[in-house]
Design a protein around this ligand. Structure first.
Ligand code: MG
Ligand code: ZN
Length: 221
């Protein structure tokens, strides 16, 4: 009998992720892995971002969901190529599934891939998917106590987006305490507070994004 424990699975995953990273590096394509609990606004932010970046970058989306293609349908309306991964109930996606999804995308001339992970703040943080950056979203409606409760997602991320900032007047959300927790957990983490309703912070997010894409493209020569 052969028993695979989590450590082996993560090692195999790491190898797949390495292959993806090498391929995307060669092509100068930036890939961002969006992680959050369900309902933090990943898809809404992608709708906004795809619309704002239309004509600037050639983009594609990989959507990971348990069963549906609801979010993929929303994003396809933005006119970009969208590949759906259905994890059949699994609470995260792994690098082998992302590798399969990438085979379905025409990568020639592509500059930016958004990977919307399964809504889950726990295990998606453990899986390297070959992305350039993990971006973690935390909505004002969820409460500001998430970083100490789910530290790994915030340790692994390069950027934290505090979403639905338009709800701040209505929610007991302590921005100062949150920022303190985030700095303690990950001193290098960048933080942007934004709202897709009022557009607060959207410009900063788009600048962050553009800087990463330009850097990756120039590194690929
Ligand atoms: Mg979504
Ligand atoms: Zn999982």
């Amino acid at each position: 009998m052969k028993i695979l424990v989590a450590e082996d699975i993560l090692k195999v995953n790491k190898d797949y992720a390495g292959e993806i990273r090498a391929e995307l590096k060669k092509r100068g394509i930036t890939m961002l892995n969006l992680i959050s609990s369900p309902g933090a606004g990943k898809t809404a932010l992608l709708e906004k971002t795809l619309a704002a970046m239309e004509g600037k970058y050639r983009m594609a989306v990989i959507e990971a969901d348990l069963y549906t293609a609801l979010d993929a349908g929303r994003l396809e309306r933005q006119g970009v190529e969208v590949v759906q991964i259905n994890t059949r109930g699994a609470c995260h996606t792994d690098a082998s599934l992302v590798g399969q999804a990438l085979k379905e995308i025409s990568l020639d001339g592509l500059e930016l891939i958004f990977l919307e992970n399964v809504g889950n703040l726990v295990c998606p943080a453990e899986f390297d998917l070959g992305e350039d950056h993990k971006v973690v979203l935390l909505s004002v409606a969820e409460g500001s106590d998430k970083p100490p409760k789910y530290p790994l997602a915030f340790t692994e991320a390069s950027l934290a987006l505090i979403t639905k900032a338009d709800l701040l007047p209505y929610c007991p959300f302590d921005v100062k305490a949150l920022e303190g927790d985030l700095r303690r957990i990950n001193p290098d983490l960048e933080i942007i507070q934004l709202s897709c309703v009022t557009e607060e912070g959207i410009e900063r997010w788009l600048d962050w994004l553009s800087t990463r894409v330009a850097r990756k493209l120039s590194a690929a020569g």
